[in-house]
Design a protein around this ligand. Structure first.
Ligand code: FPP
Length: 259
């Protein structure tokens, strides 16, 4: 049974003040594996899609709180390259939910000056969803507040494969020499090369694995796992993760803490 989150009314700013969060030392980029929608629903005798619907409400809340707290970048794992293995009903339900969510949230995202990015193998998604995502990216491209990066049909290994294909093409065309390939050239060929690596990776529902999420980019991310299922993850839990991050010493392989 999932522990109760004891969520109090209030938003992240209140919790941030109560937790003594230092606004100057917030992570620039937070990545989230939003896990536990299915178990949240099943533990209540509900169907899994009801859990995803509830997960969407949580996501909306966390995006808005991230913007209010002044985070620069939030990446969430919305659908993995492995999620196609789920039942047709669940996959179709998730596609419909993403379409509905994008259509109903886009105006508020624009009003809040949030830049939307999509990372993943987008061309395998239903055409109406591809169009909605492309429109959202175009309409928000000029905003410089929070970047909300949605990983859809995303796999960390697929991302590296796609980068290798791009690099191979460049070598074939003679614009790049094989000896010039280094970490920077690879990073430039990933899906979101303009975003910094995540400082903090949050995973809900207690599982201790990366599940093929941002394998390259999380090389030095701090990892925070909470047993709470994603639909129960609120501003209080989000601030707790940020506060935990602020207590970490980041050394990036060195002996002394580095900024
Ligand atoms: C993992 O929980 C969650 C997903 C695979 C989908 C995430 C989707 C949402 C949060 C809905 C809203 C998304 C967007 C982009 C609008 P799980 O189903 O694996 O849970 P389980 O491990 O308990 O079965």
């Amino acid at each position: 049974m999932n522990p109760s989150p004891h969520t109090l009314p209030g938003d992240a700013a209140q919790y941030a003040a109560a937790a003594g969060l230092d606004p100057a030392r917030l992570p620039t980029h937070v990545a989230v594996i939003m896990d536990g929608n299915g178990r949240w629903a099943e533990s209540r005798g509900l169907n899994r899609l009801t859990g995803h619907n509830q997960g969407y409400r949580t996501l909306k809340n966390i995006v808005m709180e991230s913007q209010k707290l002044g985070l620069k970048c939030l990446t969430v794992y919305g659908f993995s390259t492995e999620n196609w293995r789920r039942s047709e009903e669940e996959v179709n339900g998730l596609m419909r939910l993403m379409l509905r969510a994008m259509r109903s949230e886009i105006e508020e995202l624009i009003q809040s000056h949030i830049r939307v990015r999509i990372s993943g193998r987008i061309d395998s998604l239903p055409p109406d969803l591809q169009e909605e995502f492309a429109r959202a990216e175009q309409r928000t491209a000029h905003f410089s507040g929070l970047t909300f990066n949605l990983a859809i049909n995303y796999g960390g290994r697929a991302e590296v494969v796609d980068a290798v294909r791009l690099l191979t093409q460049q070598v074939k065309e003679g614009v790049l020499r094989a000896e010039e390939i280094d970490e920077q050239t690879i990073a430039r060929c990933l899906y979101a090369p303009d975003l910094p690596d995540p400082d903090l990776l949050i995973r809900t529902s207690g599982e201790l694995r990366l599940s093929n999420f941002l394998l390259w980019e999380t090389a030095y991310s701090e990892i925070y796992v909470t047993p709470i299922y994603w639909p129960d993850f609120g501003p209080e839990q989000f601030v707790a993760a940020l506060a935990d991050y602020q207590r970490r010493k980041r050394r990036f392989g060195a002996v002394e803490e580095l900024d």
